[in-house]
Write a protein that binds this ligand. Sequence first.
Ligand code: FCB
Length: 432
Amino acid sequence: MAALPSFPPGFLWGVSTAAYQIEGAVREDGRGPSIWDTFSHTPGRIRDGDTGDVACDHYHRWAQDVELLAELGVSAYRFSIAWPRVQPAGAGPVNGAGLDFYDRLVDALLARGIAPVPTLFHWDLPQALEDAGGWLSRDTSHRFADYAAVVADRIGDRVSRWITLNEPVVHMAQGYAFGTHAPGRMLMMDALPVAHHQLLGHGLAVRALRARGGAEVMITNNCTPVWPAGDDLDAAEVYDAFHNRLFLDPVLRGEYPSFAAEAGFVQDGDMDVIATPMDALGINYYNPTRVKAAPEGAPLPFETVDIEGVPKTAFGWPVVPDGLRELLVGLRERYDELLPPVYVTENGCSTDGSVHDGDRIDYLDGHLRALHAAIEAGADVRGYFVWSLLDNFEWAEGYSQRFGLVHVDYETQRRTPRDSFAWMRAALAEQR
Ligand code: FCB
């Protein structure tokens, strides 16, 4: 396979994981329950009845996993901090033992020359906060900022890049609108306050983190190029407003797309908080979305349609590397000088699980070439993180989807680097 083109000097190369997907040890060292514990233990919610109780046992095997990162040669590692380990009830008392875990992890990464990039919220809300309304409640925004401050006070001296939230659109849609993720609510359009309260929490957290030092702060949004099916331009525009603009316009422009602008949950001053300038923007890209108008009377005004004629991942997601270029160039055109530097904070695919994963190598190679083309076309992209280091608990799909550069045998917890791991290691060596 031909060598990748050279990326700019200082470009950050990393992999991403998330706490509930890898840590396990859900009842250890004072961790409180999260909405994912509750949800995964509710019969019928997760494929095969899987839970994150053990996952990759990373809570105990973290040192070995840091060695894998070092072997891979990444310059950064994006992981998430479990709020219920730090504040078991989501507010009030802080659990020192929970913070100790991340403190040790950060030190071990730095000792290997790997920059820690913590995400403060990757969907594992403390159950006690959900019982008080979850992200439907404005109070949760303030609790999130308090928690961000607690974490920063402990590890902020060693962290130079923070991510506040991971994919608020997915948490709102799957968690509160469709009920396919925790907390499993099915509110459809009434889930909208969840967008606002997450964004408000983000803005408050940006301020709390800023007050504690000069690290870069960003949000990570899931973004998708939206393709109209046939000439369904209106449906595509509406979908784009829900999926992309609902979470980008407020943070970058300080305003909601028109459908959400007049909502009663927006209070005076909120938009200024939400638009607190960020140093960067995290983008997770998996695939474009093709959209058509929904039939009259449907609960939502759009429907997604299969993208035909392209390869699919094991998950059935369409593989469209050029969608990453289209997305990044499109964001640049849409937001112009309001767009800060971008990090691609997740990109990757699930495969059949074999350690010989040529399909993952093709996927990564194609997306990195598309990313390079976007940079050539003027997109200011500073880093790229593969999802994921390890096979892990893929939310509603349990352990059935394998996204890792490293295979995990869940019986023995044995880690086996896949062919894609060797490919990535060689590609990173070349970039240095
Ligand atoms: C993203 C999530 C991540 C992982 C990948 C496959 O939406 O942020 O946790 O599940 O999808």
